[in-house]
Design a protein around this ligand. Structure first.
Ligand code: CU
Length: 401
């Protein structure tokens, strides 16, 4: 009897929810529309900037219409793995150090919303002063818009669906056009029904290069921070909670996040963007990196060195370092439950690597003896002093003779 009563209540809830959504013309909570066929993710089109390596993701190319750089974004449903459970960086860690006792990486396949076949979407790269047009096609089952986060532009181009525009209807497109006056690391994300759409994954980087950087950068990486709540066995993110249990860099959880590969001596920049609901203190081992940009480039006197940089929600930070220290160095969030998957692996014994966790892999071909940069500086200074003294002594002797 109890079972029937419960079934009846559940039926009523679902039925009236459906009826209510029809009456209010609110789309029933569909992940995908039956009426919209999903485009094949467009290839990185036209010309490529390709300066930034958004680890595991592509950059978006553009086509020129006169002086205007034209980009295309398709908002679409995407099925993907946060991790397939295989360790992509196994090869860089000595076999004898790998602790595998009782540990097992789990896999997680999910249903999200993204752009051009990926979550987050591809990175848009432009130069300061560029005129850009971004054509957004909506293949989602509900209205959407794209907001250009941090960019100073006319109100009409802000992409705040329901405030500065009527949001783009399913199946329709809209072009945003503006000139970029700032320089730095910016973001784009859905500007409509944000708590649902942003938390479904609709986000990406918008990088604006200055005409010329102060110093030549050898490797320029970008890592976008997102977090998700997935109940066990459920592929759809739970949007009505702050209890996040999956944490990603560029839509991937460890052990699936590729390492940042650099050579000893290279100048490295890492851009972090946070489109989650929490702050994430990202920590590096073996280095003290220099914070050079808080969305826009900092003046020299405002920069600082640290090994942990807290990235608040909706913000970006750029850090730079010279890769003097060879080895495999961890880069991870220092809220440590953000470095495991699903809060903990199952069975819960020793937890394996997960969440926001990757490596700075500094490859050394030189085989030089390990020395701290301050040591090298001191030694160089000593050599210079010695040489000066020797010259002085020689002169003295010449004078005597
Ligand atoms: Cu974190």
């Amino acid at each position: 009897m109890k079972f029937y009563r419960l079934s009846f209540i559940i039926f009523c809830l679902v039925f009236f929810n459906f009826l209510f959504s029809k009456m209010m013309k609110i789309p029933f909570n569909r992940w995908k529309s039956d009426k919209i066929s999903i485009s094949v993710p467009p290839k990185t089109m036209g010309k490529q900037m390709g300066v930034v390596n958004t680890v595991g993701l592509k950059s978006l190319g553009y086509e020129l219409d006169g002086d205007v750089k034209v980009f295309k974004l398709i908002a679409q449903p995407i099925e993907k793995y946060l991790t397939d459970g295989k360790d992509v960086n196994k090869g860089i860690i000595p076999e004898k150090f790998l602790y595998t006792n009782r540990m097992k990486h789990i896999s997680k396949k999910v249903k999200l919303w993204g752009y051009n076949g990926s979550v987050p979407g591809p990175t848009i790269e432009v130069y300061q002063g560029d005129r850009v047009r971004i054509i957004v096609k909506n293949e989602l089952p509900e209205e959407t818009s794209v907001h250009w986060h941090g960019i100073e532009l006319p109100n009409s181009e802000d992409g705040a669906g329901g405030t500065t525009e009527y949001p783009i209807k399913p199946g329709e497109s809209k072009a945003y056009e503006f000139t970029v006056y700032q320089k730095g690391t910016f973001l784009y994300h859905s500007g409509f029904n944000m708590m649902k759409q942003d938390m479904y994954g609709l986000a990406g980087f918008f990088v604006v290069h200055p005409k010329k950087y102060e110093k030549k950068i050898d490797k320029d990486f970008a890592l976008l921070i997102q977090e998700w709540a997935f109940l066990p066995g459920n592929e759809n993110p739970n949007l009505a909670t702050m209890d996040f249990n999956w944490f990603t860099f560029n839509g991937l959880s460890a052990p699936s996040i590729p390492s940042l590969e650099v050579k000893k001596g290279e100048r490295v920049r890492i851009r972090f963007g946070n489109l989650s609901m929490n702050s994430h203190p990202i920590h590096v081992h073996g280095y003290s990196w220099r914070v050079v940009s808080v969305q826009e480039h900092l003046q020299k006197s405002a920069r600082w060195n640290t090994s942990t940089i807290n990235i608040p929600p909706g913000e970006t930070r750029d850090v730079e370092l010279v890769a003097w220290n060879p080895g495999v160095w961890r880069i991870h969030c220092h809220k440590l439950h953000h470095t495991v998957n699903s809060h903990a692996q199952i069975p819960m014994t020793v937890m394996s690597r997960g969440g926001m966790f990757t490596f700075l892999h500094v490859i050394d071909d030189t085989n030089e003896e390990w020395k701290h940069p301050s040591q090298i500086k001191k030694e160089k200074l000593n050599v210079r002093i010695k040489n000066k003294r020797a010259i002085k002594n020689n002169r003295k002797q010449d004078d005597k003779e």
